[in-house]
Every structure is written in structure tokens, then in C-alpha cells.
Design a protein around this ligand. Structure first.
Ligand code: AR6
Length: 173
């Protein structure tokens, strides 16, 4: 099915993803799904220990895949955990794996009939993915996915700093 109605709103937001009252925020997690630093640490801190309890039942997550949980003390409804690739120079399937993160998150969003979703810049922190290349993949995959999604209304790309936000602006203009 191809989307016919109103276009999806795509926004660039500077700030902390844990504050957003969207249907789902995306977590840039690791294979264990048991927490870590960066955005993962922030999400677990705000969600509280019940999130970790639920994550323990999921048996981890492969790189490029995604799993959904409740959001507990966070203001959003769900957290979609995905595991981006570690950047090794670009010859280890990094681009395909990062694209697969965005596609699998959007697939879960469709399955759960989500209207709004907020993404951090997956793999762009500790995992070292080059910013402009990651932004290009994020925007390309999300725009492709929304064409086949009748429910989604708003996508937010959440940036922790201005440099990241500028990279999205450049790509979306
Ligand atoms: N809100 C929005 N963006 C954030 C926030 C926040 N609260 N905190 C950080 N960022 P990273 P990765 C940005 O390192 O590279 C964890 O330990 C950050 O500036 O969180 O995918 C996991 O457990 C950067 O642009 O994720 C994994 O082990 C982006 O989010 C590993 O890090 C992603 O940075 C995953 O590494």
C-alpha cells in the first residue's frame, strides 16, 4: 500500500530524547540490551529499573535489528531498542547494518500503529559512525519507509548538539 494522504512531518530537534512525549523513542543500544552510556544510559536512567527488567527477558538484539518495550517512567509510550554497527572504516557492512536499524524500527512502528517516533543519531556517538554518512542513511531509509506507512504522522531526528542538527538540516533542505 502506498501512502496517499498528508505528508509526514519530519523535524530536527535539538535536545534530550528522554523528554519527548512521542509514541516511541528509539534507543541506540548494544547487543546485550542491558544498558550502557550515551543515549542508552539516559533512557534507562529516566525509565527506571523496570525497563532493565523487561530488557532482560529479550535475550539481547543483533546488530541491525530492533525490539520494542514499554517506556515506564519516560513520557513516551514505547522504547524501540536497536543496535547500530560499530564503525570500522566502512568495509564491514556498516552502511547496510545502519540502514537495517532504521528499517526495522520503522517496521515495528507500523506493526504497533505508531503515529510519532523520535530517533537519536544511531551509531554516531561511541560507535564512531561518520556523521554525514549516518545522516544520509537515516533520512533515506526513513523517507522510504514512510511511503508504505499509512499511520505515521511525525518523525523527529533528535540531536544532542548543534553540529549534528546542522548535518540533518543540510540533508533535509
Ligand atoms: N538525547 C539525544 N541524543 C543523545 C542523548 C540524549 N539524551 N545522549 C546522547 N545522544 P551513543 P552509539 C546522542 O554513544 O554511537 C551506549 O553505551 C549522541 O551525542 O549514545 O550508537 C550503548 O549501550 C550521539 O550523537 O550511541 C552502546 O554500547 C548519538 O546520541 C553504544 O553506546 C548516539 O550516541 C552505542 O553507541
Amino acid at each position: 500500500m502506498v501512502r496517499k494522504e498528508m505528508p509526514v512531518q519530519i523535524d530536527i530537534v535539538e535536545g534530550d530524547i528522554t523528554r519527548l512525549k512521542v509514541n516511541a523513542i528509539v534507543n541506540a543500544a548494544n547487543n546485550s540490551l542491558l544498558g550502557g552510556g550515551g543515549v542508552d544510559g539516559a533512557i534507562h536512567r529516566v525509565a527506571g529499573p523496570q525497563l532493565l527488567d523487561e530488557c532482560r527477558t529479550l535475550n539481547g538484539c543483533k546488530t541491525g535489528e530492533a525490539k520494542i518495550t514499554a517506556a515506564y517512567q519516560l513520557p513516551c509510550r514505547y522504547v524501540i531498542h536497536t543496535v547500530g554497527p560499530v564503525w570500522h572504516g566502512g568495509e564491514r557492512n556498516e552502511a547496510q547494518l545502519l540502514a537495517s536499524c532504521y528499517r526495522n524500527v520503522m517496521r515495528l512502528a507500523q506493526q504497533h500503529q505508531l503515529q510519532s517516533i523520535a530517533f537519536p543519531a544511531i551509531s554516531c556517538g561511541v560507535y564512531g559512525y561518520p556523521m554525514l554518512q549516518a545522516v544520509d542513511i537515516a533520512v533515506t531509509e526513513v523517507k522510504k519507509s514512510v511511503l508504505h506507512n499509512e499511520v505515521i504522522e511525525q518523525i523527529q531526528f533528535v540531536c544532542f548538539d548543534q553540529k549534528m542538527a546542522d548535518a540533518y538540516r543540510l540533508r533535509l533542505d
